[in-house]
Design a protein around this ligand. Sequence first.
Ligand code: SF4
Ligand code: SF4
Length: 447
Amino acid sequence: MLTFPKNAPPAFHLLAKPTGAVCNLDCTYCFFLSKEMLYPDSRFRMADELLETYITQLLESHARVPEVNIAWQGGEPTLMGLDFFKRAVHLAEQNKQPGQQILHTMQTNGTQLDDEWCAFLAEKGFLVGLSVDGPRELHDVYRVNKGGAGSFDQVMRGWRFLKKHGVAFNILCTVHAANQEYPLEVYRFFRDELETEFIQFIPIIERATEGFLPLANMGWSERPGGERPLYTQTGNLVTERTVDAVAYGRFLNAIFDEWIRNDVGKVFVQLFDTTLGAYFEQYSLCIFSPTCGNALALEHNGDLYSCDHYVEPDFLLGNIQETHMIELVASEQQRQFGRHKLDSLPQYCRACEVRFACHGGCPRNRFIETPDGEAGLNYLCAGYKLFFNHVNRPMQIMANLLRQGRYADEVMGILAQEERAKFAGIGRNEPCPCGSGRKFKQCHGRK
Ligand code: SF4
Ligand code: SF4
């Protein structure tokens, strides 16, 4: 029986990378590809012995909670082959604690999925995250294969197998310079064409120092005979692929406006759910929590890092083959990593009207100055302010509905009624007073 160290959290999230950073695609913005350089002589395959150690320790570490998430990510985890995941599921079933529920999740680019894979994923109840950046013309800008060709067709093939076998899946969409101006095209594609109910938006922010910027702009994959930078969270410049902060806020607002009118209770956008949670002081996403430190990353050789975004030497906690993972998770180094999120919050954030929902965002993106010159403001601050202020009133309405024991989706009827009253008497062909530039009938008037 495991003895829990004093500071051990009852649960934590661990992303395991069985192939390290190795991937069959070559997405231009994916700085994780450069992490191969941390393990120059490796074959990048998690050994069977380590797999057993990992699963056993993870289940033991979660003995005090009813559910444990076994989460696979990459690189591209499917490159390990199906047998590896069959062993993983078998080991989890063999070693689970009495009464313990196991949730298997996997983040994939979808290109390797076929009938055999998806039959297995469906049978074992996997929740699959599929990486798609929007319709073909937006997806293919950066999500390319090793030959530089767009991966859209391969990904859609994988999506069809997921649908065919009824695998539970969500869409993970990165937001970057190429799709930031097309929020509704992206959202409607996921909702109407891919028929997904769960969507995550992840902003692409690639930091670089002045010296590294030209190289970083070329991407992070291996270049024969060429210089290749190892990505670290340093520098206060960003690549040309990086999302613009204000554009990110506008992107989220446009999708929120579509969602709040039509899709509450039908489509689940992670950021919208997380924001609603903040009105109850519940924080399900580390980025918007007051502190962090409970979302770690495991490399293919057992090295445990503080966070998936800090797979770099200064944030290596140890190796689970030498020290039990719960010791590393509870270590002073890791607890301090989590507290730093709060301790380093600039005064500007402490006084911010939306701090309760934002908490300064992720520390990795805190590399600009506040208006009064204090260091450590989040690069996305302008976008966060736009978003959290824009959604405040509908969020309050939903929070109040929930407090009354009613359903949050009643907000759609309330807002529609308000709009009808506000816009009463406006002709269907007149310009919409909301400022969209469209005719009233094409905008609010279409209800
Ligand atoms: S550093 Fe950022 S991504 Fe990592 S655990 Fe903290 S908030 Fe989450
Ligand atoms: S919106 Fe900006 S100022 Fe406010 S808490 Fe977030 S990062 Fe800080």
